[in-house]
Design a protein around this ligand. Structure first.
Ligand code: ARG
Length: 402
């Protein structure tokens, strides 16, 4: 029997994939990555084994995920199409890295994933696999199997007695990790329909969030969040803590019609409580310590960086080079941001940094003004000069025509 290592989550697609690969005479080894999705891994392992897997690997990748994927994305202010903090997209290259690793350990010649042929995740898994080991064969059961719909797949799972949690009523496809949740399918496919409350996995609805706000303080060192309310946390604990508070206050829901890499527009619901709080806090601190040119230039870099993550090009030379640039920009991103969380809103209420470029003496309209306003006249004359010349060119030209 040929060995294949399958990236396994315990969900509908990967559970059916185990069965399907077994039916094609593969020895299926399941690889489960712990990215902080807080699932019952014992239950998932059992599900894999009872579904026909010969062996299961479970690996806790949370620390690597936070330090080498989430925090670099945070430093870059990575967000896709203004609403998606890229939780799923960031997880895929890391899962693929270890999928390749397990394949090598097991001397397997093939890897498999449970992604469809219409999404971005197939690209992320496969491009990463190709970069890390171009020799490996990649099998994507969903692209070739006989089921025409998710409903048919559910039928198949039921007929094969594969324990699944999706039902025909709640056919959501859900992906979770420490950075957030992605939810799609079912009723959500109608972009005009309000997402039903039962699609949200983590967050309280803003209506049900506490009626009194809470204030939190986050401290960063060189762009990395280190403390909440003065207390030091490691990366994993910090995200868990912010997710807990954010969920209660209904923070970080978004509803996006997104442009997939394969050209399809799709609708996805996201929840990223910790991500939303940190993204906002980090940008606030940057606005205090980065000079205008660097700050504006970095916005363009963020956009490109986000696309690279979304397109599955994490291990590309450009992403790696941009990381060096971003690291340089974070030298002074040290300081504190105060935020108010209230019914789905995360609102900045203050910021400070030892590297602040804000000078009250220059900004003030009150006593203690150190800005010499007389200099402004000359500055504006020279600043506007090129445009005056333009005006005289127009009148010269129309004069010539007469
Ligand atoms: N649209 C998101 C992305 O491309 C999430 C994909 C996975 N979504 C899901 N519900 N399983 O990154």
């Amino acid at each position: 029997m040929k060995k294949v290592v399958l990236a396994y989550s315990g969900g509908l697609d990967t559970s059916c994939s185990v069965q399907w690969l077994r039916g094609r005479n593969y020895d299926v080894i399941c690889f489960i990555a712990d990215l902080g999705q807080e699932e019952d891994f014992v239950k998932i392992e059992k599900r894999a084994l009872s579904g026909g897997a010969s062996k299961v690997y479970i690996k806790d990748l949370r620390q690597e995920f936070v330090e080498d994927f989430i925090f670099p994305a945070l430093k870059a202010n990575a967000i896709y199409e203004g609403k998606y903090l890229l939780a799923t997209a960031l997880g895929r290259p890391l899962i693929a890295k270890y999928l390749v690793d397990v394949a090598h350990k097991e001397k397997a010649k093939a890897v498999a994933h449970g992604c469809s042929g219409k999404g971005n995740d197939q690209v992320r898994f496969e491009v990463t696999t190709q970069i890390l080991d171009p020799e490996l064969e990649i099998i994507a059961p969903l692209r070739i199997w006989e089921f025409k719909s998710r409903e048919e797949e559910i039928e198949y799972a039921l007929s094969k007695k594969i324990p699944i949690e999706v039902t025909k009523k709640k056919p959501y496809s859900i992906d979770k990790n420490l950075w957030g949740v992605s939810i799609e399918s079912g009723i959500l496919e109608n972009p005009c329909r309000k997402p039903p409350e039962d699609c949200y996995q983590w967050t309280n609805s803003p209506e049900h969030a506490p009626s009194k706000p809470v204030y939190i303080e986050i401290e960063f060192e060189k762009g990395i969040p280190k403390k909440i309310n003065g207390k030091i946390y490691n990366g994993i604990e910090l995200l868990k803590k912010l997710n807990r508070i954010g969920r209660e206050f209904g923070i970080g829901r978004s509803d996006l019609i997104e442009n997939r890499l394969v050209g399809i527009k799709s609708r996805e619901i996201y929840e990223a409580p910790a991500g939303t709080i940190l993204y906002l806090a980090h940008k606030e601190l940057e606005s205090l310590v980065l000079d205008r040119e660097l700050s504006h230039y970095k916005e363009g870099v963020s956009l490109k960086y986000s696309e690279l993550i979304y397109y599955g090009l994490w291990y590309s030379p450009l992403r790696i080079a941009l990381d060096k640039f971003i690291a340089e920009t974070q030298k002074n991103v040290t300081g504190l941001v105060k935020l108010k969380l209230y019914k789905g809103n995360c609102i900045v209420s203050g910021r400070k940094s030892p590297y602040s470029l804000y000078r009250q003496g220059l900004a003030t309209y009150s006593k203690g003004d150190t800005f010499d306003q007389r200099l402004a006249q000359g500055f504006i004359k020279i600043f506007g000069m090129p445009y005056q010349n333009q005006k005289s060119r127009v009148s010269r030209k129309s004069g010539n025509q007469k």
